[in-house]
Each structure stands twice: as structure tokens, then as C-alpha cells.
Design a protein around this ligand. Structure first.
Ligand SMILES: [Cu+2]
Length: 373
């Protein structure tokens, strides 16, 4: 709805009620020059018809390919990248995730089971063998060197057996390979913005999709093709498959947390601090996560959806957002001027000082948000 309002899809009078909540995002949209961002908001703002019918805005921002085809988002696969009620971990699709899940499932769980079984068997043995009925005269044994050496050494060996793969995993997690693409992830109360500095610096604003009948007037509502309830968003974070993607994570207001269970990611988004994590996902698909740090009234309603696409489709998607691919410099938009005009815009678009007071008027914002539901 907020994106709609900013894009002028909703009459100004209609937004009056939610003006307070709309403020930060509206500023963000308004601060961005008419070019890429306004057009970027368009596909989201236009209800379902967009998919088949490219809007004038979308074609206008695609100098690279001439006629930009509308980008078809993929539908999620059941049981992949979504919680499905299972007891264990979600299937993993990043190198770190695969290593961590294997470490957990094939090593930690097995060790836990063996230790629990050994302790249980010893307990049962002691209870039966040394019960009072069988030992009218109790033993007065107080030391046994062999047993003492065993119960000291065995835990040490177990800890070493856990520490070695654990430290190796941490090393892999925090020493990423050189990045092919960097995406800046910014948490906001209560939505995410994603910036693509390597693709011309455009920014997308990602809001949760509401259920049919609950969506703000004129806004798109969730369908199953978008994803599950409370997880589907209007604008997904799109990354190319098979590439090392670095996420730089920060926040505009309070502490959020950027979490994607299928990629083994959970990184706090702290205002004023840049955290870093990375993924390399080979399987194209849609994956869902949520903000995982209690960040205010609508903390539960700022999901994260990452769509992994082939590099060719990634270039298409970037074109629909008015971005550029590094290396493939289009004649219409020289790289250097493109990036210099966009970069300051991206900086001014970050509504850090302005947004803070608007957001901190929580009492006003919360009832409005409630009313929007
Ligand atoms: Cu949050």
C-alpha cells in the first residue's frame, strides 16, 4: 500500500489514515529521482495484470534490451525453502548450510544419541546390580584408577571430536570467497529494502503481502504463487544461481535480523553497523525467511523472500528494475554517469535521520497499522 501511495496509484485522500506509517517509505520513494526507483515500484504496484502486460514504466526503464520483457517470478516449491512442519532442519542450499546440517544431523545428533544411550545403560546397570536387596553388605570401594582415567579422558575426546568440525564450519562461514555480487540489506520498521550497488545502485522495497480481503485498498493480495501466508512479499530479493553473493546487513531504525533458514543465514541488522554474510545457491527457486529479532509491533510481518534465478534471468530482472549489469555497458546509459547519478540518490534515499522521528512516534503509528489490517 505504501509503495502504491508513493507511486501515485492511490488517491492522496485515501492515504490520509495511514499517513504516519507511510512516512518513512514515502520519503524514501520520494527522495529517489523519477527514473529507476519509481519504475521499480511499478510492477509491484500494478495488480496481477503486470505479469502479462508490461507497463509503460517498465519498458521505459530498460535501455539495455530495448523492449524489456516482463519478468515472470517463479512459484515456490512445497517443502523447499519454507517451513513444512518437519521436526528437523530445512533442506539446505548453501555450502555453509549443507556443511552445518551434515555436522548437526550426522555427527552431533549421533554423538548425543550415543552418550544418552551409554548413560542410560550405565544407570540401569547400577540400579539393578547395586540395589540393596542384592548387596546386604555394601562395598567400601572408594577409588578405581582405571575408571577415573576413562571418565576424564572420554569427555575430553568427545569435546575434541565436536570442536574440530565446529571450528572448521565457523571458518567457512566467516571467510567467504570473493563475491560475484553484493546486496545491501536494510531492515526498517517493518519492511526490508535491498540495494544493488553492483547493478547501478537501484533499490527495491519489500513489503509483506496481505491476505485477500485484508489488503490495503488497491494493493495486491497474496496468492499461492507468491508464497505462504505471512511469508510472501511484493518484491523478492533476487540473486543469481551459482554465484557468490555477499549480503551487507544493516538497519535504519532498531535491531532486526536477516534470517534465511534454508541458507543457514541469521545476521543481525544493527543501525550504524554493517554486518556481512554470504551465500552461493545453485538451485533456482524461492526461499522464505523472517526478521528474527524482536523489532516492534509488526516484527512478525516483515518476511524475507529470496528468489534464486539463472544468471540470464537475473540480467532480465535487473533490466526491469532499471539497473545495469557490470561489463555489459548499454549504449543508452554509460556506466560511469549512470552510477554517479544513482549513487547519491541511493545515499539521500536512506531516510536515516528523517525516518527516526517518524517511526519513534509509535503510539500514533501502531493504531494506524492496526487499522490497515
Ligand atoms: Cu524486524
Amino acid at each position: 500500500m505504501i509503495a502504491l501511495a508513493a507511486a501515485g496509484m492511490v488517491p492522496a485522500a485515501a492515504q490520509g489514515q495511514t499517513a504516519t506509517t507511510a512516512a518513512p517509505q514515502e520519503q524514501q520513494q520520494a527522495a529517489t529521482p523519477a527514473g529507476p526507483s519509481a519504475a521499480a515500484a511499478n510492477p509491484a504496484a500494478t495488480p496481477a495484470a503486470t505479469a502479462t502486460d508490461p507497463t509503460p514504466g517498465a519498458s521505459a526503464v530498460a535501455p539495455a534490451t530495448g523492449a524489456a520483457p516482463a519478468f515472470q517470478h517463479a512459484a515456490p516449491t512445497p517443502g523447499i525453502g519454507v517451513p513444512d512442519g518437519r521436526a528437523g532442519l530445512q533442506d539446505q542450499f548453501s555450502p555453509v548450510g549443507k556443511e552445518a546440517a551434515a555436522f548437526h544431523n550426522n555427527w552431533l545428533l549421533v554423538l548425543c544419541a550415543i552418550i544418552s544411550a551409554v548413560v542410560l545403560i550405565l544407570l540401569i546397570y547400577v540400579i539393578l546390580k547395586f540395589r540393596r536387596g542384592a548387596n546386604p553388605v555394601p562395598s567400601r570401594t572408594s577409588h578405581n584408577t582405571v575408571v577415573e582415567v576413562i571418565w576424564t579422558l572420554a569427555p575430553v575426546l568427545i569435546l575434541v571430536a565436536i570442536a574440530v568440525p565446529s571450528i572448521r564450519l565457523i571458518r567457512h562461514q566467516y571467510s567467504p570467497p570473493p563475491a560475484d555480487l553484493t546486496v545491501k540489506v536494510v531492515g526498517n520498521q517493518w519492511y526490508w529494502t535491498y540495494q544493488y550497488p553492483d547493478n547501478g545502485g537501484f533499490e527495491i522495497v519489500s513489503n509483506m503481502l496481505h491476505e485477500k480481503g485484508e489488503q490495503p485498498a488497491g494493493a495486491k493480495f497474496r496468492t499461492d504463487a507468491d508464497g505462504p501466508k505471512l511469508l510472501a512479499v511484493d518484491e523478492r530479493l533476487v540473486i543469481p544461481a551459482g554465484k557468490v553473493v555477499k549480503f551487507i546487513v544493516t538497519s535504519n531504525d532498531v535491531i532486526h535480523s536477516f534470517a534465511m533458514p534454508a541458507f543457514w543465514i541469521k545476521t543481525d541488522a544493527n543501525p550504524g553497523i554493517l554486518n556481512e554474510t554470504w551465500v552461493k545457491v545453485d538451485r533456482p527457486g524461492v526461499y522464505f525467511g523472517q526478521c528474527s529479532e524482536l523489532c516492534g509491533a509488526r516484527h512478525g510481518f516483515m518476511p524475507i523472500a529470496i528468489e534464486v534465478v539463472t544468471p540470464e534471468r537475473y540480467a532480465q530482472w535487473v533490466a526491469t528494475k532499471g539497473g545495469t549489469m557490470p561489463g555489459a555497458t548499454p549504449a543508452a546509459a554509460p556506466d560511469s554517469t549512470g552510477s554517479t547519478t544513482v549513487s547519491p540518490a541511493a545515499v539521500t534515499a536512506a531516510p536515516t535521520p528523517a525516518a527516526a522521528p517518524a517511526n519513534s512516534s509509535a503510539p500514533a503509528a501502531t493504531p494506524a497499522a492496526g487499522a490497515a489490517n
